[in-house]
Write a protein that binds this ligand. Sequence first.
Ligand code: DGJ
Length: 752
Amino acid sequence: MELVADRVWPVVSLIEWREADRQFHLANGRLSYVLAIHDNGALGPLHVGGPLATGRSYRHLIPRPFAGFSNRLGDAVALDCPTPGSGDYRVPGLVVEQPDGSTVLELAYRGHRIVAGKPPIAGLPATYAETDDEAGTLEVDLADARSGLVVTLSYTIFRDIAAIARSAGIRNDGSEPLRLTTAMSLVLDLPGADWDLVHLGGSWARENHVRTRRLELGRQSISSSRGSSSHVHNPFVALRRTSTTEEHGEAIGVALVYSGNFLAEVEVESFGSARLRIGIDPETFAWDLPPGAGFATPEAVVVHTTDGLGAMSDAFHRLFRERLARGVWRDRPRPILVNNWEGTYFDFDEERLVAIATVARDLGIELFVLDDGWFGKRDDDTTSLGDWFVDRRKLPGGIDGLARRITELGLAFGIWIEPEMVSERSELFAAHPDWAIGIPGRPRTEGRQQLVLDMSRPEVVDYLERVLADVLGSGPISYVKWDMNRWITEPWSATLPADRQGEFFHRSILGVYELYRRLTTRFPDILFESCAGGGGRFDAGMLAFAPQAWTSDDTDAVERLKIQWGTSLAYPLSSMGAHVSAVPNHQVGRITPLATRAAVAFFGVFGYELDTTALTDAERAEIRDQVAFYREHRDVLQYGRFVRLRGPFEGDGNTTAWMAVAEDRSRAVVGFYRVLNRPAPAPDRIRLRDLDRERDYRVTVWPVADDTIGRANARVRRGDDLETVGLLIDVDRHEAAGQGDFWSRLFVLEAV
Ligand code: DGJ
């Protein structure tokens, strides 16, 4: 699908208000979101889906009343801000406790504004428009007369992307205190439930596996209450028709721009409609709204397509890469790095690091990253988090001394930090034991032998800004890996009164965002990569501060096929850190060929995670070629369109293929992976996509071209031939016998 609209829609036509019909229509030629103000003043959707013509009324699309219960909501059965207790028994989008303990509201339209561009959300990460003509925003005010509550629902439609961003501002204009206990970012009422729910789940080292289940009567949800989005569930879900494939069919994707506790849920009610809601996890949330106070929900992004999951991902990739990520590194080629973690763990000194960097430099690697263990007395993971001063036993010249030696070699220098944590054995804990999250009189649960700092406390954020700014300013540092290795337990803050402890989790993540904002503002030239024991906080909220994230601690090439495939449903290649590590692999003990490890890691932000000094001469030669290959095709592999061709979750999962295509379709790199070898393999074909069907492409095979695959494919072929027939995976059975398991091939296509 072509994402750039073939004609530019002026903002005025992105959002239409039809006074006579009391109808809003957000339309960009790719999707339509039609909303009506109902007779009782409630706001609800008439259509969320494929593009419809503007200039027309769609009030005939009001769905019939549900649940056989006549109620005061009249016909307003699809709602954008549903509240409980007045006849709508589905999951609510907003629950507000009033002084008398009741939660019933009568939210009715009070006014609206249509503005060019996209206003920011104070204190929260969000997508943005760079110019006023790339997006339009509709803000609708709904008010409850009795309580004084005002809800402003905000909808931004992007001109060139099939996406709408939604958030809500909630204000207490009354004279009595109110209390929010549910404040969803988005509620989507859909007229039917004929969908499969797709979500990304797993665990540490097994993140973002694609899960698909049929929607059923009742509620189905994913969530996190761990203090961050987590390895277990990602704040992204999609609905797809059962017949939808990567290439064809309808899909709605929803992602939350948030890194804290979340809930994504779909309820199917007995008359067959589906309500999707996503936002802050209500189970671990409450927020006081005294008179005059306001609250902003995080933003949710909705993508709709009729061109398959591939087009859905394409829209997310483009939005997240170009209008969520920000700063100088948003569009810059990201450096090829070597990280010492799996190479040395905590056992290093300056000379060992310089030796690793020296070999890396000779291989063409561009950035050396010093991982955990450089500070305090951190010889293992029992100590020193929080003591962000250099361990001179290991680094006698300090960070500055090491950084200078590395940069003199011609490499950039980067450093690991884990700001939100403290070890019980640390000077910071000794000085401020109350800064660690915990409930007085109860034991603190430890995870990885460390505690979490109370980021809801401004003085903690101030302190961390000060000490980390000292570190980052102490030498030529151009990259930071910001890690976060455990969940929050015993949630409670000494600075919040008893009746406001429900604010703790959200305030914590706001503190994390504030620290990110301050450090990225003070050090605008530093490339930040987020990390949470791998992909434990790989979400759109983090991408607004750190344009790339460490996708998983699992660097095994076979495991990574699943992890990177799943992650790509929502997140672009430029956001996915992907490294080659040593074998036997440290997470699964598997021995895969070096070529395959690179062929998988090429599809992301590439690097190495090993001790370069331990490489054989043959491995060094191979890595030199890999680095040269990635440099040559980096623009496509980081910023090209990613196209999933055959997946590890499909069929027997034994073969995977994907490709990255230049925006102008002049070049593409295709990766083909076979997990287990099979004797006398049948011929196979991989149909490509998103090429220019009328252009000729020269196909080259990498790294080996003098075998049957090379002979079959290394030639000039037209785009239609490559899309309709495909690459020929026809392995000679004698060659196959020598190939073994975990085999891969790369194909480079260049338009001639
Ligand atoms: C978890 C990260 O994901 C690893 O890459 C590494 O940085 C370790 N933490 C260090 O403690």
